[in-house]
Structure formats: structure tokens, C-alpha cells
Design a protein around this ligand. Structure first.
Ligand code: SAM
Ligand code: DTB
Ligand code: SF4
Length: 364
């Protein structure tokens, strides 16, 4: 989509924009399902980068202390509990600039991924900058998606971070795609950007080829001690508009209503689900910040008649050259899919299919 098209959509009368987003959502997502993702900070604080929103940067006095990397044995009980309480995705985050092949800590992360990937959840990691070899090794260890956000427009990015560039972010995303992992890529609202910056961010996301498998939309949680501590809370209607435009521009991406839900009423979150959000972080802690309690999320979903997405493990990936193969699409069959290689299927109906890059599998 061109910037002008995104701009026109965003500025439609509110209900017309919602109607359009809802129609796209219904066309592409068979059920009223919301994916539940558990987030775990496996290496907290002490980060060398200066992202001005982040409580984990070593450059700011935020009260977050630097911790060592969690071991596999420490992570596993938390991952098991996530699977038991209904999460279908387990996301592990590390506060460091990026991954260096040969670093013993990377070997430890790979071991953790191998173990977590046996639990039947999608496995997502966010470890900062990634080269081609490290990307390949993550894929081999069982990572299904790599989270690396562009966060804002290319134009606004240098106002937010100086220790790496927007192009560095795109380079990592390209390495992730070439290695055959799905890309989880989104951004943050509330960084002092304009509406046009937000739309430029969506334009860049929609231009990624293939489009990201999931798109986290974070609202800034203004962390004390960071340069952005005084920024205002994002307006719920502006958030809903961005989610609606994201749903239209990225019809087959999971749009994750991410950080900042503690600052949103139940009604505002409902508006975001209606506008096209179909994934949340589940559990009372994000990386360092608070998230709604599991019980209150479950009560809200139940009240709305939304079902948590059923567990399934056969996550599709782009092929290393970035395109999906005909074989993948043919095997998915009409009316069913995995949310990545074709339109999402109804997970109540068991089906199986074969992918060029992996053995036959089934999900139910
Ligand atoms: N270090 C890795 C990186 O920067 O890619 C991964 C962790 S980083 C904390 C993951 C994402 O969380 C950021 O890209 C940003 O979108 C989001 N985030 C971090 N701090 C936030 C905050 N205070 N409010 C909202 N979103 C935040
Ligand atoms: C994403 O886009 N949001 C998550 C996840 N990816 C790693 C992180 C949110 C962090 C919120 C602030 C904190 O907990 O410090
Ligand atoms: Fe470090 Fe990631 Fe926080 Fe930036 S967002 S300071 S890279 S942990």
C-alpha cells in the first residue's frame, strides 16, 4: 500500500475504518481467536544500547538492575507453566546489543530453545542484532519466529536511538527471513512521533516480503528514569485506528496488542480486538513492566466470547529465499491454512499438510 492509501484509510470516519478492518479480519481469520503469548526476560538490564523508551538500557537510572542470563534449568519450569496455562507462544527476550556467534551465552540460549521447543508452543526470541550464521543456528535449534521491531518511522528512528540505525534493524530482519524463521516485527506508539510517522512505520512493515507473521503494537509505558518518562499515554482511539489500518495493510499478520494494556480500560482493549488485534501477551509481567493478570484477561475474553487460540506446533516459515513454495500452498488445501503460507484455518478441524522444508505434520 502507498503512504497516501494508508493516510486515506487512517483518516476515514472512525466507524467506516472499523467496518473495513472488520471485513478484512473476517475474510482472513476464520474464528474469533486471540493468541496468548507468554513473555520472559531471560537476560534483564545492563544493555549497551540507548533506546530512549527502554528501562533496560544501562545508560539510564531506571532501577532495573543488570542480571545474568537465565539457565535452561531456570527457564524450563516457567515455559512449562506457560504451556499449561494456555499460551501457544513462548517469547524470550534478552537485553543486549545482539548475538555474537561463539559467545558461550549464545550456546546456552540455543540449548534453552531446543528444550522449550519440545513443549509444543511456538518459540519466539528477541536477542537484538543477528548475523546470518546466528540466524541459521537459531532456526535449527527450533525458533519459529524472531522478534525485532522497527519501532517507528525511519525518519523518527534517529530521535529515539543513536547506538544503532534503522537500516541495522532491517538487516537483521533480512537475515531472519533468509534463515527461514518467521518475522515478528512491529513498533511503539507514544515516542513523540506524528500520525504520519506511525503510518510510515506501517508502510515499511507492509512492504516487508513476506509480510511479518506477527506485528506487535506497543503503547509506550513511560518508564521512570528514561528520557521518555514524561511522555503522555497513547490515546485509545488513535491506537484503535492504527490497529485497524495494520489489519487492512497486513491482513494475514497476527496483530498483537502488546505493551501498555495496563493503561487501557477493558472497553478500550475491546475496541482494539474489534479493530483487528488477535494476539496478546498473557501473564502479569512483560519484560520489566506490568501486564494485566491472567484471571482478568481470561474473564475479559470469556465475556467477549473470544477463544484463546488452540495450541498448535506446525508453524510455517518463509523459505530461505523469502518466498513460499507452491507445494506448501497446495498442501494446505482450500479454506485451511496456518496463518503464514495462506489464510488461517479453523484449528478445530484437524488437518495435515507437508512443507517443502520439513516432514509431514498435522495439527488439531
Ligand atoms: N533487545 C531487543 C531489541 O531491542 O530488539 C529485545 C527487547 S526490546 C525490550 C523489545 C521491544 O519492546 C522493543 O523493540 C519495543 O518495541 C518494546 N518496548 C521496550 N520498552 C518498552 C516500553 N517502555 N514501552 C513499550 N514498549 C516497549
Ligand atoms: C514487543 O514488541 N513487546 C514486548 C516483546 N516484543 C519483547 C516487550 C514489551 C516490553 C515492555 C516494557 C518492559 O517490560 O520493560
Ligand atoms: Fe537494549 Fe532492546 Fe532495550 Fe534497546 S530495546 S535498550 S536494544 S533491551
Amino acid at each position: 500500500m502507498t503512504f497516501a492509501e494508508l493516510h486515506r484509510l487512517y483518516h476515514l470516519p472512525f466507524f467506516e475504518l472499523l467496518d473495513r478492518a472488520r471485513a478484512v479480519h473476517k475474510e482472513n481469520w476464520a474464528k474469533t481467536e486471540v493468541q496468548l503469548c507468554t513473555l520472559l526476560s531471560i537476560k534483564t538490564g545492563g544493555c549497551s544500547e540507548d533506546c530512549s523508551y527502554c528501562a533496560q538500557s544501562a545508560r539510564y537510572n531506571t532501577g532495573v538492575k543488570a542480571e545474568r542470563l537465565m539457565s535452561t534449568a531456570e527457564v524450563m519450569p516457567i515455559a512449562r507453566r506457560a504451556a499449561e496455562t494456555g499460551s501457544t507462544r513462548f517469547c524470550m527476550g534478552a537485553a543486549w546489543k545482539g548475538v555474537r556467534d561463539g559467545d558461550p551465552r549464545f550456546e546456552s540460549v540455543l540449548e534453552t530453545i531446543r528444550e522449550v521447543s519440545k513443549l509444543g508452543m511456538e518459540v519466539c526470541v528477541t536477542l537484538g542484532h543477528l548475523g546470518p550464521d546466528a540466524a541459521r543456528r537459531l532456526r535449527e535449534a527450533g525458533v519459529t519466529a524472531y522478534n525485532h521491531n522497527i519501532d517507528t518511522s525511519p525518519e523518527h528512528y534517529p530521535n529515539i536511538v543513536s547506538t544503532h540505525t534503522f537500516d541495522d534493524r532491517l538487516e537483521t530482519i533480512a537475515n531472519v527471513q533468509r534463515a527461514g524463521m518467521s518475522v515478528c516485527c512491529g513498533g511503539i506508539l507514544g515516542l513523540g512521533e506524528t500520525v504520519d510517522d506511525r503510518l510510515r512505520m506501517l508502510q515499511v512493515l507492509a512492504t516487508l516480503d513476506p509480510q511479518p507473521e506477527s506485528v506487535p503494537i506497543n503503547s509506550l509505558m513511560a518508564m521512570p528514569g528514561t528520557p521518555l518518562e514524561g511522555n503522555a499515554q497513547v490515546d485509545a482511539f488513535e491506537l484503535a485506528r492504527i490497529i485497524a489500518v495494520a489489519r487492512i495493510a497486513l491482513p494475514r499478520s497476527k496483530v498483537r496488542l502488546s505493551a501498555g494494556r495496563t493503561g487501557l480500560s477493558r472497553e478500550a482493549q475491546t475496541l482494539c480486538f474489534y479493530a483487528g488485534a488477535n494476539s496478546i501477551f498473557y501473564g502479569s509481567k512483560l519484560l520489566t513492566a506490568q501486564n494485566p493478570a491472567r484471571d482478568s484477561d481470561m474473564a475479559l475474553l470469556q465475556m467477549l466470547g473470544l477463544q484463546p487460540q488452540q495450541p498448535y506446533t506446525d508453524v510455517d516459515h518463509p523459505t530461505p529465499d523469502g518466498a513460499y513454495t507452491d507445494a506448501e500452498e497446495a498442501m494446505c488445501g482450500e479454506g485451511t491454512s496456518c496463518g503464514s503460507c495462506c489464510a488461517p484455518h479453523d484449528h478445530d478441524e484437524a488437518h495435515s499438510h507437508t512443507h517443502a522444508h520439513e516432514p509431514a505434520h498435522s495439527h488439531s
